[in-house]
Ligand binder design. Sequence first.
Ligand SMILES: NC(=O)c1ccc[n+]([C@@H]2O[C@H](COP(=O)([O-])OP(=O)(O)OC[C@H]3O[C@@H](n4cnc5c(N)ncnc54)[C@H](O)[C@@H]3O)[C@@H](O)[C@H]2O)c1
Length: 459
Amino acid sequence: MAHYNRPVNPSSASAPALTSHLRLSELIKAKTAVVGVIGLGYVGLPLVRAFTAAGFRCMGFDIDQTKIDRLRAGQSYIKHIDATTLSNLIDAKRFDPTTDMARLSEADCVIICVQTPLNESRDPDLSHIDSTARTIARALRPGQLVALESTTYPTTTRLHVLPVLEATGLACGRDFFLAFSPEREDPGNPQFQAATIPKIVGGYDENSLDVACALYAQAIVKVIPVSSLEIAEACKILENTYRAVNIALVNELKVLYDRIGIDVWEVIEAAKTKPFGFQAFYPGPGLGGHCIPVDPFYLSWLARKHGEQTRFIELAGEVNSHMPHYVINRLGEFLNDRAKPIKGSRIAVLGVAYKRDVDDPRESPSFELLKSLLERGAAVTYNDPHIPTLPRMRHYPSLPVMESQSLTVEYLNSQDCVLIATDHSAYDYDFIVEHATLVVDVRNATKNVTRGREKIRKA
Ligand SMILES: NC(=O)c1ccc[n+]([C@@H]2O[C@H](COP(=O)([O-])OP(=O)(O)OC[C@H]3O[C@@H](n4cnc5c(N)ncnc54)[C@H](O)[C@@H]3O)[C@@H](O)[C@H]2O)c1
């Protein structure tokens, strides 16, 4: 069995280690260390904001030229990241976005925030981490810290990043430092931002842990050091698996409670009054986003590799991926009650972002809902205040080009059914219910609507 304890200061006796380690610690303490963030997406850009707000100069690296051009033009492509803040930072030379990876050597601390998707066979796709490691290796110099933040299975940092960096001839813990610190960003959640979410840090060795903790402590509210890279990796994937499994549980209970006429949302509201031992999770049309539908399968893949099983993960995946079909079946029943088939009915899907108040459509179950309704012959349109045009999705090539419709009285009136798939807070639910003829609510978004409740069906 493998053990992943930190080497105890593997080269603390040697002068270069002492010099590199102390020099970097000094730079971090003085906030003169330059922080380079690789991957300026939903995780990387908020991290830049956190480090610049803490007083560090940041460089941002991405292979996507469009993103860099937009940032340089003073635009933000992430709704909750303010464009003015970014352009002020760029003007003040506090933030320097670039595609020039040779400039990685200018950064003292390099933080990797690239995507970690599943491939066509739903196995981990580490190609972005692998190519980033190779890119860093080409620019690596003594005295740098490299921290991986992308969510991945335990052992990735040690087996995919470390060897590539050490192939340069530089030694980890002596010449450069390596850490894993999972990002726990919750986009669109106004209560928590990168800087206010406690940060788990695992280091390859004591020097690495030391400098990584010192860096994050300057910008993040609380730092929790753990004993190895693998504990930090496993911690993040536990958190996401916990969510996937508990969401599956309430989704399954929703189907049962629906069948026997019990409102699952009221049950959860009641249960969450218990001050201990219960945490509320909510049902929905299925899982969405880059994390919860994807990350647990990184763990199942690892389990298979070790001859083990992750039955909870598989079962949760099965339950959650069935939810869009359940919603469509229920919607068909509700239309049927009004003597209407899905075929030919005008159906408006409200919300294609995967969750409330974000502009991120990745893995959103709304795409499955749109596809199923179109396959059944419905005349489908959509509205999403955060997604004006339906993006092309890899798994849904057959979906037509669609524009978000305005939620006017005429539009709502003309629909046979309005399906609330994502409960954006910009929606006026009283208005929607007032002007729609049938509302299928998958998120309990209409809970406070008092007039026209006879038109609402939950699914
Ligand atoms: N989105 C979230 O809410 C969230 C929350 C916590 C953790 N995470 C994890 O953080 C990681 C990043 O997620 P994200 O949502 O920010 O992804 P994203 O797709 O929004 O951003 C990733 C960025 O990395 C860039 N990139 C890819 N390969 C590159 C390379 N070789 N060099 C430079 N740039 C490269 C892409 O162009 C893209 O801009 C993932 O592992 C994800 O699981 C995401």
